[in-house]
Design a protein around this ligand. Structure first.
Ligand code: MTE
Ligand code: MO
Length: 263
């Protein structure tokens, strides 16, 4: 088990519940003034008011935190600015070697076979045809040097190249009024994102890392790279993309990590 996982709350510990809630809110809301306000105004009574249940046992504390986290998704959705760009960096600032991370160790990195690979596209899209890598490489490509931030306490600058995800969604005739885009990965990881982030100009369906085809450790054949979201929201080894109005959750999100996961 990895340190990324939130330890279960033991006993009804109001302080721990509050600390946890403050962490969830504090980490996600960028503006310091608003964050300070929310943190100061958050009390155990406020927590139970917000969640509409009494804090009487572990499961209600867990439920309260989950509801706050979903409330927090909504707030992050409101304050997300689709035109605000994340910082980009010169090539000289790229972190070498760029760190590897996954819910398993480096000895278990998935090897996806290029010849047999097809990207599945389903859900609320006009064109449900699967894609070969050659077809994806034939679309216009962009390079981007951005910072990847992992909740485990590290960040690193890397260079990814690929297709503007907004162009891809347009090409497949995605219903851009839908709420979610879900991703299924070759290693059984899964996650999902909101439509405004999917359409953000820096969101790339990447096929390369530092000018070379994406190596297996960084997610061959494909990683969705969003400099506006934390590391766990950036799926590697993508094998299926679906557009939906049904909340799809995610591997870490279903274990208590905040779904919006903005950075
Ligand atoms: N398929 C898949 N994607 C994943 C993960 C994973 O375990 N499997 N881990 C996520 C997390 S927590 C991080 S920090 C980044 C790490 O990407 P990197 O190995 O390129 O640094 O991948 C994200 N995407
Ligand atoms: Mo991460």
């Amino acid at each position: 088990m990895k340190i990324l996982q939130r330890p279960p709350l033991t006993g009804v510990d109001g302080d721990a519940a509050l600390a946890e809630a403050r962490k969830l809110i504090g980490r996600r809301i960028a503006q310091p003034a608003r964050r300070a306000f929310l943190q100061r105004s958050l009390t155990l009574g406020g927590l139970s008011l917000l969640s509409g249940c009494s804090i009487s046992d572990n499961s209600s504390v867990e439920a309260a935190l989950a509801r706050i986290s979903r409330f927090n998704d909504t707030v992050q959705g409101w304050i997300f600015d689709p035109n605000r760009l994340a910082p980009t960096y010169p090539d000289a600032m790229i972190t070498r070697p760029f760190p590897f991370n996954a819910y398993y160790g480096e000895d278990e990195i998935r090897e996806v076979d290029e010849a047999g690979y097809r990207l599945e596209v389903t859900g609320l899209v006009a064109d449900k045809r699967s894609w070969t890598l050659a077809e994806l490489r034939a679309m216009p490509q962009q390079d981007q040097v951005t910072r990847h931030i992992c909740v485990e306490g590290w960040s690193a600058i890397g260079k990814w190249g690929g297709v503007h995800f907004a162009d891809f969604l347009k090409r497949v005739g995605a219903d851009t009024s839908a709420k979610y885009i879900g991703f299924k990965c070759a290693d059984d990881y899964y996650t999902s994102i909101d439509m405004p982030t999917a359409l953000h100009p820096q969101t790339l369906l990447t096929l390369s890392y530092d000018g070379q085809p994406l190596p297996p450790k960084y997610g061959f054949p494909m990683k969705l790279r969003m400099p506006t979201k934390l590391g766990y929201k950036n799926p590697k080894h993508i094998k299926a993309i679906f557009v939906t109005n049904t909340y799809p959750g995610g591997y870490w999100e279903d274990q208590g990590y905040n779904w919006f996961g903005g950075s």
